[in-house]
Design a protein around this ligand. Structure first.
Ligand SMILES: Nc1ncnc2c1ncn2[C@@H]1O[C@H](COP(=O)(O)OP(=O)(O)OP(=O)(O)O)[C@@H](O)[C@H]1O
Length: 227
C-alpha cells in the first residue's frame, strides 16, 4: 500500500459547451497522505465537484493522471476502476442518495456485499457502524423514517463500510441546519480519523474547514494552499 493513497498530477479537465471550451482544471496537483484530512474550499463554479469526480474515478481527466494507492488510474481497465471505487474509495454527497426501499442496515450492507462480503458479516459491520453513529435501534428504519441528520449519518456510515483508504465528500452536511451540520461533521471527522482514512472534503463553510488538517483552494484551475 502506498503512503499517498491519492495523488492528482497535472490534472486537466475542460467541458465542451455551446459557448466553446470551458477549461475548469488546468494542471491541478494534490497529494493526500495516509489518514490526512484536507478541506477543499473554493468559490462556486471553480471546479470542486469536477476535481472530486476525477479523484473518485467517476470521470477521466483530459490531461494529467490520478494515482490511487500509487496506481495510475488511466492505465486501468474499466473493471479495475470499478473495483477501486468499490473497495478503496468512499463517497459522501450533499444529498444522502440512500436507497429508499431498503433499511438503514441494508443500505450499509449492500455495498459490502457488492464487494464480496457475506450478508452476515456485512450486516454485523452495518450494525457496528450504526451504533458508532448513535443510531442503534434505527437499523430497520427506511430512510424516509429518519431525520435529515440521521440520513446523512447513514450515508457516511455507508461510505466507510468497506474500510476505504480514501473518503471523498462533496458538501457532506450542506443540506443540514447549522447545529446538525456541525455535529454530523464532527462525527464524520471522528470516524474518518478513527479508521485512518485519508479524506478530501469540499465545503463552503470556513468554520468546518478549520476542523480539518489542511485547507486548499482552487485558483485558475490549480490547487493552492489556503489560509
Ligand atoms: N458536465 C458539464 N458540462 C459543462 N459544464 C460543466 C459540466 N460540469 C460542470 N461544468 C462547469 O464547470 C465549472 C465547474 O463546475 P463544478 O461543479 O466542478 O464547480 P464547483 O466548484 O463544485 O461548484 P459549486 O460549489 O457550485 O458546487 C462550472 O462553471 C460548471 O458550470
Amino acid at each position: 500500500m502506498s503512503d499517498v493513497p491519492l495523488r492528482l498530477a497535472a490534472v486537466e479537465r475542460r467541458y465542451h459547451t455551446e459557448a466553446g471550451d470551458l477549461p475548469v482544471l488546468r494542471g491541478a496537483d494534490l497529494a493526500l497522505a495516509a489518514g490526512e484530512i484536507v478541506a477543499l474550499v473554493a468559490p462556486s463554479g471553480t471546479g470542486k465537484s469536477t476535481l472530486l469526480h476525477l479523484a473518485g474515478l467517476l470521470e477521466k481527466p483530459d490531461g494529467g493522471e490520478v494515482f490511487v494507492d500509487g496506481k495510475a488510474a488511466g492505465t486501468l481497465s474499466d473493471d479495475a476502476r470499478t473495483a477501486i471505487r468499490r473497495t478503496t474509495i468512499g463517497f459522501v454527497y450533499q444529498f444522502h442518495h440512500l436507497l429508499p426501499e431498503f433499511t438503514a442496515e441494508e443500505n450499509i450492507a449492500l455495498p459490502q456485499m457488492a464487494a464480496g462480503v457475506t450478508r452476515r458479516d456485512a450486516t454485523a459491520r452495518a450494525q457496528e457502524l450504526l451504533a458508532a453513529f448513535g443510531l442503534a435501534g434505527r437499523e430497520k428504519h427506511r430512510p424516509g423514517k429518519l431525520s435529515g441528520g440521521e440520513q446523512q449519518r447513514v450515508a457516511i456510515a455507508r461510505a466507510l463500510a468497506n474500510r476505504p483508504r480514501i473518503l471523498l465528500a462533496d458538501e457532506p452536511t450542506g443540506n443540514l441546519d447549522v447545529g446538525t451540520s456541525g455535529r454530523v461533521f464532527d462525527e464524520l471527522l471522528e470516524h474518518v480519523r478513527g479508521e485512518g482514512v485519508a479524506a478530501l472534503v469540499a465545503t463552503h463553510n470556513p468554520e468546518l474547514a478549520r476542523r480539518m488538517d489542511r485547507i486548499v483552494t482552487l485558483a485558475e484551475g490549480r490547487v493552492v494552499a489556503a489560509g
